[in-house]
Design a protein around this ligand. Structure first.
Ligand code: 8X3
Length: 250
């Protein structure tokens, strides 16, 4: 059998880059899609994949991704996403909310729509959306992000229903506290103090590799096995508001 192929969006850092590495190690040819050319070129060179510069919120860019992938695709990991801001709903920044909906929902839908024919054509495709525990609960200051990630979750469920008679599995992974280089820094607009506070007193949050490992497991199950959703947290995070933190020096 020829080498199976995978697309990972948001592959320039964090969970996306780790997933590209893990899938390549599992035998996939990986199309590394993201906006930052230098990063995905280096990653693709490292893992023998193909870099594709792509902004998932731009339809023309997504079409170019589909053209680069070609007629057949085995795995699509819709990972591109993110949180912008942490203001209460009463002070919501409409532009931040729009950006979050654009990347976490509309971008995901655009990539899915463009690549679905290739997933179907493979005869055994897997579509995996990277959601969040923020798509399961609400928390103060999380309004725009939780709304968007609930959107990711509902789109995933809808797709599973709509594709019920197609040879495509539809899965979601919903990670909790994962420490990556960029997620919290982007959310807090580069405020390192606020970003570090998210993980304060938690010496062992999940890593991008933990999530990539779980994603690789999900997409490599036998073809009759659909892992609908997988919620994954560090042991210290029993719930969004219930995190076992160790005292930190003042
Ligand atoms: C990230 C999880 O806790 O920051 O997707 O909302 S959280």
């Amino acid at each position: 059998m020829s080498q199976p192929s995978a697309v990972v969006t948001g592959a320039s850092s964090g969970i996306g880059a780790a997933t590209a590495r893990h899938l390549a190690a599992a035998g996939f040819h990986v199309f590394c899609a993201a906006r930052r050319a230098d990063r995905i070129e280096a990653l693709a060179a490292e893992i023998g994949g193909t870099p594709v510069v792509c902004d998932v919120t731009d339809p023309a860019s997504v079409e170019q991704l589909a053209a680069a992938v070609g007629d057949t695709l085995h795995v699509l990991v819709n990972n591109a996403g993110g949180a912008f801001g942490s203001t209460p709903v009463a002070q919501a920044d409409s532009d931040d909310w729009r950006r979050m909906y654009e990347v976490n929902v509309i971008g995901l839908v655009q990539v899915t729509r463009a690549l679905l024919p290739a997933l179907v054509a493979s005869g055994d495709g897997v579509l995996l959306n990277v959601g969040s525990t923020a798509g399961r609960i609400a928390y103060e200051g999380g309004g725009g992000y939780t709304a968007a990630k609930h959107g990711t979750q509902v789109v995933t469920e809808t797709l599973r229903l709509e594709l019920w008679d197609q040879p495509v599995r539809v899965c979601e992974i919903a990670p909790g506290m994962v420490k990556t280089d960029e997620f919290a820094m982007v959310r807090f607009d580069g405020d390192r103090g606020k970003a570090e506070a998210v993980y304060a007193g938690v010496p062992d949050p999940l890593t991008a590799d933990d999530i990539a490992d779980a994603i690789t497991w999900m997409v490599t199950r036998p073809s009759h096995v659909n892992v609908d959703e997988l919620v994954i947290r560090p042991r210290r995070q029993a719930a969004q508001h219930k995190v076992h933190r160790e005292p930190t020096p003042e």
